[in-house]
Write a protein that binds this ligand. Structure first.
Ligand code: CP
Ligand code: NVA
Length: 320
């Protein structure tokens, strides 16, 4: 049984295979009716934070593959409040075949996965957003065909989205440049983890967005204050002001460079409307690709033949 908590645990070859499977799922989308690889499977989604893309793309993927999804609001489940995280993980494993979790603390997902007896997927935590990175890499692959040797300039906060994309790029032989204000880069603990998993990667942290974009194939940005950081918003708006992705910055990038954003976007803050709506922006292609990478991921995780407690319970009741 395998979890999907961070791309650090997946090899470059495995990520490439997931992207290839996702590309196939996308190519077949018009006649996807026949593929019901999640028939009889139930997947619980527990979200402690709001979501449009992640929730809807997972629920759509599960429905199109013939499975059933259950959406549970984190506060109602009470992970670690109404009952302990291990109790919740072991109970849910008796009913469902996989759990998709969006939490404030990454430690919640790690503890849940340590006790779950079914695959657990990270749907965003304060540290990582690996499903987003898979969708981003598929989008870049569609645009550039080969990923190796490409450069992503991430302009803004060294947040969950940046960390996961940096890992994905490192695993696929791409350069990742983070342009951020002082003290908003990657922390030492993450850098050590990154270095130990991907020692040969090219990860550059700088503080000048203009320098970062000059050799970029992709210019990527995300909100300056992530969910859970609302009380830092005013301070961050001031500190990040010179990191906006706008026409002036774009003019310094190579003409082929594309604009990416995980969305939701705060227009007029980290990115201008003009740039988000420009021909160089691929943000909706990127959002759409979440569906296909998550289909590929679910199918991969369910290809494990070992029965989960929920599957065994189902087999027992079918024989009665
Ligand atoms: N990009 C992304 O994960 O969006 P949601 O927060 O809407 O799921
Ligand atoms: N960094 C953002 C990403 C949202 C998809 C957040 O965590 O709020």
């Amino acid at each position: 049984m395998r979890h999907f908590l961070t791309l650090l645990d997946w090899s470059g070859a495995e990520i490439r295979r997931l992207l290839a499977d996702a590309a196939k799922a996308k190519a077949k989308r018009k006649n996807a009716k026949g593929i019901k690889s999640l028939a009889n499977r139930v997947v619980a989604l527990i979200f402690e934070k709001p979501s449009l893309r992640t929730r809807v793309s997972f629920e759509t993927a599960i429905a199109q593959l013939g499975g059933t999804s259950l959406f549970l609001v984190g506060q109602e489940v009470g992970l670690g409040t109404r009952e302990t995280i291990p109790d919740c993980a072991r109970t849910l494993s008796e009913y469902v075949d996989a759990v998709v979790l969006r939490t404030f603390r990454h430690a919640t997902i790690e503890e849940f996965a340590a006790y779950a007896r079914c695959p657990v997927i990270n749907a965003l935590s304060d540290c990582y957003h690996p499903c987003q990175a898979l969708g981003d890499l598929l989008t870049m692959q569609e645009i550039f065909t080969t990923l190796q040797g490409r450069t992503v300039a991430f302009v803004g906060d060294g947040n969950n989205v940046a960390r996961s994309l940096a890992i994905g790029c490192g695993k696929l032989g791409m350069r990742f440049v983070l342009a951020c204000p002082q003290s908003y880069g990657f922390d030492q603990a993450f850098l050590e983890l990154y270095q130990s998993h991907i020692p040969d990667s090219e990860l550059i942290i700088c503080h000048d967005p203009r320098e970062a974009v000059t050799s970029a194939d992709v210019i990527y940005t995300d909100v300056w204050a992530s969910m859970g950081q609302e009380n830092e918003r005013e301070r961050r708006l001031k500190q990040f002001r010179s990191y906006q992705v706008n026409e002036e910055l774009l003019a310094l990038a190579p003409p082929h460079a594309r604009i990416m954003h995980c969305l939701p976007a705060h227009r007029g803050e980290e990115i201008t409307s003009e740039v988000l709506e420009s021909e160089r922006s691929v943000v909706f292609q990127q959002a759409g690709n979440r569906l296909y990478v998550q289909k590929a991921l679910l199918q991969w995780l369910f290809s494990d033949k070992k029965s989960s407690p929920a599957a065994k319970n189902r087999e027992r009741s079918a024989h009665r």
